[in-house]
Every structure is written in C-alpha cells, then in structure tokens.
Design a binder for this molecule. Structure first.
Ligand SMILES: [Zn+2]
Length: 430
C-alpha cells in the first residue's frame, strides 16, 4: 500500500485547518488595525498634529509585539520632506453661507494663505479657448478672483482639452496670473492630494451643488503653513527565514493626506490603512510561521507627497536590493468585490500565472486582472532598480478615494481573508 493518498489527504486536511485559523484571525486583526489607523485620533496620518508620527508609532509597536528584528538598531528610517499644510481653521463664505471643507470645497494642496473679501470674475471654457477674449479678461482681473465655470470635457476635442488644462494650470500655478487666486467650479467628485510646494496664489475647488445662487463675490480666510524640513519616517522590520540568501519584501504606505483645517479629516481607510493592515497581518503571520526566506516588512511614509519614503529607501537601502527575490506592494486592499489588479503582471508573467493558478485551485478571489508596469505607487522606485515584484490593488466596492468619505466604518474588507490566503500561498510556493 502506498502512503501517497494518505499524504495528499493529510496535506488537504492541514491546509483546511491552516486556512480556517488564518481566516478568522486575519480578518479580525485587519479590521482592528484599519479602525486604529483610520481613526480620527491618527489625524489622517499626515503632517498636521503629528498624524504621521502617531501612525508610525502604532506600526512600530505592532512590529515590536510580533518580535520583528531591526536594521541598524531602530524600526525607523528617518528622512526629511517639504510639505504644505493646513493646520488652522479655514473659512470660505459665498452669499452669506459658509462652505464645508472637504464636502463643499477643497483647497489646492499647494495653496498659500489669503484673507479678505473679493469680487469674482467668471470665465467659461469657450471664453478660455478664445485667446484674445481670455487675455482681455485676465488683464482686468487684478484684485479679483477668477472662477472657471464647470464644463463637460466630452464636449471638447483632445486639443481643446489640452489647451483648457494648460490655461487652468497657468491660473493655478503661475506667478504672472494677475488675479488674487483661482476658483475651479466643478460637477465632479472632489479629490484631494498632498503638496511639497507652496504656490504663489491659492486655488479653491468648489462643487457646484454647494452654491446657493450665483458666484459674484467670496469672503475668504485661508491659512496654510509651509514646512521646509519636516522629519518623517519609514517603519521597517524583518523576520529571518529558513534560507537567508534571498529576501522577500512586503511594502505598503501608511501615510495619507492628513487634515484640511480642524474641520476636514482625510482618514484614508482604503488608502492605505487597508494595505498597511495587510502588511501587519503578514508580519504577524510570518513571525508565527518561519518563512522560507528572509522577509522584510516596510511601511513607507510620504507616498502621497510623491513616493518620497520609497525613493529615500531605494537610495539608502538597509540591505542590498539585489538580494530581493520578490516584492509585493499593497496599496488599496479594502474591497475585492471584483477581484484584484496586478500591476507588473505582464512584466513577471511566470509569477502572475502562478498567482492565477493558486487562486483557481483554492477558489479564492472572483478575478485576477493583469496590467503592465505603472509608476503609481511605491513599487515604482523598486521597478527602477530592476527589483522583481507586483503592485496589487483590489477592485470594486466603495468609490471613496482621496476624500473625506474614505473612512473605516464604510470599508467593507470584502475579500481580505481570501486575498491574504492567496498572498501567503503564493509567497510560500516561490
Ligand atoms: Zn495610496
């Protein structure tokens, strides 16, 4: 009698036991981590009220609890960045009504301070495209605010859209814009960002639904604070593997956009408390189950300011990047209703096919979509050093993104358990 069938049954049985214990624990832990990272008390993990430091400290304490090892005596790799911040209360009043920061309006992240009452000169897309007319309007705009009225991009050709974008960028960023500042009225969803610069004039993006009546004048008290050298940090730990010749690297950025005054907090549950929760869940798992290879866990700072933490790390690596066998970046891990998208899938086709095969065998995610290279998150800095790896993000579910609605209470974590199982199985088979 061969022992073979018994071995298979045993293997299936132990996988079932393992996956049962993985699932319940990983989802509970991830939920808890997201709730903490995306809570109001972590201030949106930005540069107002030390949000970045509070988040880094939570990740450090988790790494420490799991018994992760450190490079150079610390979990922190510190670096500096410039950043434009909005710590103070903002005020934008139209027709006697104060608009709500984050919901009715946003400030361009590079806006400087501006206080006063201003007349508003409106321009339409058609007026912008009529060069002579626009230049005449611009000439008499000094002392006023220029408001670009909403327009539907699909009504204009590609060249016209390029011209419109060019003029809007001139208004927003050029010191020779004679007006006091720019207002962009939009029918689109408000989406915020971060900025390492402060521009000469402010820009206010107002959702057209929030206006009661016409926009003839505006009372403003915008306050921003530019910090030339802000010290922030990456949080890094590792687990020694059975084989120490190669290294697996898991990365996720923990920073987000922080606050637009005390009124608006961008808590970033999906972006990227969810990916950080995946990173922490994997750190927890591999601290309890010795990995095949040395496994490094990096929570990057300042991604939203332009991949600054990962750029600093790849320029100042704590171990040779050439030792990296494979890297995985988790940025947006909180849904999965429509599966996942794998950036670099077509670049590392063999590994992509393995991922798909495991997913089919274990019947985990509804879909795995392939994508080529894209410089849209921290993995990009490693791509540039020829480090093999994937950037994975979940698809479907909630639409909140870079706005005040990306909060833990509405983050579904639909496929988190299966996503986690897929990664563990994929890495264990590498
Ligand atoms: Zn992100």
């Amino acid at each position: 009698m061969s022992s073979h069938p018994f071995k298979i049954i045993f293997a299936i049985f132990s996988f079932l036991i393992l996956s049962e214990s993985i699932s319940a624990q990983s989802l509970d832990y991830a939920r808890e981590a997201v709730n903490i990272l995306a809570s109001d008390s972590l201030k949106g993990r930005g540069y107002v009220d030390n949000g970045d430091k509070l988040a880094a400290d939570f990740i450090r304490s988790e790494f420490e609890k799991f018994g992760l090892q450190v490079f150079n005596g610390s979990f922190y790799q510190e670096f500096e960045t410039s950043v434009n911040t909005f710590p103070d209360r903002q005020s934008v009043i139209v027709n006697g009504k104060e608009l709500e920061a984050g919901k009715d309006y946003l400030l361009d992240p590079g806006s400087p301070s501006l206080k006063g009452s201003f007349d508003v000169m409106t321009v339409t897309a058609d007026e912008i495209l009529d060069n002579a007319k626009f230049v005449n309007k611009l000439r008499v705009s000094s002392g006023q605010l220029i408001a670009v009225l909403p327009f539907d991009k699909s009504n204009f050709s590609k060249e016209q859209n390029e011209q419109l974008n060019g003029v809007i960028n001139f208004l927003k960023y050029h010191p020779q814009n004679p007006s006091k500042g720019t207002i962009i009225l939009t029918n689109d969803k408000l989406t915020w960002a971060g900025s390492v610069r402060q521009h000469p004039k402010p820009t206010i993006i107002i959702h057209s639904d929030s206006l009661n009546g016409s926009l003839k004048s505006l009372k403003l008290d915008i306050k921003s604070s530019f910090i030339k050298k802000y010290q922030t940090q990456n949080v890094i730990g590792y687990v020694q593997g059975k084989n120490t010749d190669s290294t697996i690297v898991f990365i996720a950025h923990y920073d987000h956009l922080g606050k637009l005054g005390p009124q608006a907090s961008f808590n970033g549950a999906n972006d990227n408390a969810s990916g950080t929760a995946m990173l922490l869940s994997l750190a927890k798992h591999y601290s309890e189950n010795k990995p095949n290879y040395n496994t490094v866990f990096i929570a990057f700072g300042a991604e939203e300011l332009g991949l600054i933490g990962s750029k600093y790390f790849t320029e100042n690596p704590l171990f040779p990047l050439s030792e990296i066998k494979f890297l995985m970046n988790f940025d947006l891990a909180g849904t999965g209703d429509e599966g996942i998208q794998v950036v670099n899938g077509s670049v590392y086709r063999k590994q992509f096919d393995e991922l798909v095969q495991i997913n089919e065998e274990l019947d985990l995610l509804p879909n795995i979509k392939i994508r080529g290279a894209a410089c849209n998150s921290d993995h990009c800095m490693f791509d540039q050093q020829d480090v093999p790896g994937f950037y994975i993000y979940t698809l479907g579910g909630i639409q909140a993104y870079h706005d005040v609605y990306d909060r833990p209470e509405t983050l579904p974590l639909t496929e988190f358990e299966d996503y986690f199982k897929l990664i563990v199985e994929f890495i264990d088979q590498l």
